[in-house]
Design a protein around this ligand. Structure first.
Ligand code: AMP
Length: 429
């Protein structure tokens, strides 16, 4: 049994392939799981795949093919396998066909699990995975019986996948539409495509899938209930079918296939219409978003301009204020200097006045002293002069007196002589 499971992220193909793997006892090979394990183990492939997985894009084909090639070499894939999430685009499907050709095998069924796009988002963002056994629950559509605990193994750690957030889911759905959906045409052309509606109860979907698989791959006698126990079937003698039985079975198979094909075409038509509607909606949303972004940009630019203008104004005002303050300071400095100058002048004047006063006082004192001294000197000089003059006068007077005295004396002498002469003359007579 070699089956490829196709389906958008959240279509439930992971859950279904796990159930089918258990029922048909073939390994489920999920490239998503292989890549996540490689990332966790920090292998070369893991490191290279990380960024693409974190952004919801597809990992490079050569990396995924390397992983698949390795995995398909393993012994457990001999009886068959269920490929979950691989191939994701036409080149991968072609590479898978080449790889299997080399191993002498072929893909038998491409099973497309179809879910309406609007339901997908809810399914993925609500997805909860058991950290122990990998059982998948959903916050909206398949809650565990006890909140936070796995129904299957009792583990209390139910986690969410890192890429199960709304933004990444949107990106992953877009990638699916662009890259993976063309595989529907690829496998239809090979007449291997089978489509099953993926909405409704999980077990019912499994039954529908099993019907499809059994119709294609299991002999008539081996078909039966899908809830059948795994216990070995009782040994039965199966007679070869008659020609009528074979014809009836083939007719039934043909009718079933025609019914399935009609259903598939209906679903595809519906899906296409839905896809177009979603595309239109996405385009309108994108246009709205762009308009909003443009308006936001304009708003931001206007706000920036306003802020820049305000800053400019503030700067100018600050400059003006600074200039005014500088001017004020210069004026104040000038005033201060003038004041200091005036004070210095005043001090100088005061000092000069004091000096003058002192000088005047000194002069006065000097004058006084001089006057006194002069007076004294003058007095002395006068005294001296007077003395000198007096001496002179005295000398003069003395001289005069002496002259007078001598004149008197001479007169007296003359008189005496005259008297003597007279007396002598008198005597002679
Ligand atoms: P899944 O678990 O299948 O939803 O995958 C999770 C992520 O793994 C995807 O979004 C891709 O980035 C990456 N991935 C899984 N399978 C493939 C593949 N076949 N080709 C490329 N990328 C893949």
């Amino acid at each position: 049994m070699r089956i490829v499971l196709l389906g958008a992220p959240g279509s439930g193909k992971g859950t279904q392939s796990r159930k089918l793997s258990e029922k048909y006892n073939v390994p489920q090979i999920s490239t998503g799981d292989l890549l996540r394990a490689a990332i966790q183990a920090k292998t070369k492939i893991g490191k290279q795949a990380k960024t693409a997985m974190e952004t919801g894009e597809l990992v490079a084909n050569d990396l995924v093919l390397e992983l698949i090639e390795q995995r398909l070499q393993e012994a457990d894939t001999k009886p068959g396998f269920l490929l979950d999430g691989f191939p994701r685009n036409i080149p991968q499907a072609q590479a898978l066909d080449r790889l299997l050709d080399g191993l002498g095998r072929k893909i038998q069924i491409a099973l497309n699990v179809h879910v309406e796009p609007r339901e997908l988002m809810k399914r993925i963002t609500g997805r909860l995975i058991c950290a122990n056994c990998g059982e998948i629950f959903n916050e909206y559509t398949r809650k565990p019986k006890t909140a936070g605990t796995c129904d299957a193994c009792g583990e209390s750690k139910l986690t969410k996948r890192e890429d199960d957030n709304e933004t990444l889911v949107k990106a992953r759905l877009e990638t699916y539409q662009a890259e993976t959906e063309p595989l529907i045409v690829y496998y239809r052309a090979q007449q291997k495509l089978r489509t099953v509606k993926g909405s409704g109860k999980s077990d019912e979907i499994t039954l529908k899938i099993c019907d499809v698989i059994d119709a294609d791959l299991r002999p008539l006698g081996a078909r039966g209930s899908h809830a059948e126990p795994k216990a070995p079937e009782p040994i039965r003698i199966v007679l070869p079918p008659s020609a009528e039985e074979i014809a009836a079975a083939e007719e039934a198979k043909r009718k079933e296939e025609a019914k399935l094909e009609a259903e598939r075409l209906k679903q595809e038509k519906k899906a296409e219409a839905e896809r177009l509607r979603a595309e239109k909606k996405a385009a309108a949303e994108k246009a709205r978003e762009e308009k909003r972004k443009l308006a936001e940009k304009k708003k931001i630019a206007a706000a920036k301009k306003k802020a820049a203008d305000a800053i400019k104004k503030q700067k100018i005002a600050a400059k003006k204020k600074a200039a005014a303050e500088k001017k004020k300071k210069v004026i104040a400095k000038k005033k201060e200097m003038a004041k200091k100058k005036a004070e210095a002048m005043k001090k100088k004047k005061a000092a000069a006045a004091l000096k003058k006063k002192k000088a005047a006082a000194k002069k006065k004192v000097t004058k006084k002293v001089t006057k006194k001294t002069t007076k004294k000197v003058a007095k002395k000089a006068a005294k001296k002069v007077a003395k000198k003059a007096a001496k002179k006068v005295a000398k003069k007077v003395t001289k005069k007196v002496a002259k007078k005295v001598s004149k008197k004396k001479a007169a007296k002498k003359t008189a005496k002589k005259a008297a003597k002469k007279k007396a002598a003359k008198k005597k002679r007579r």
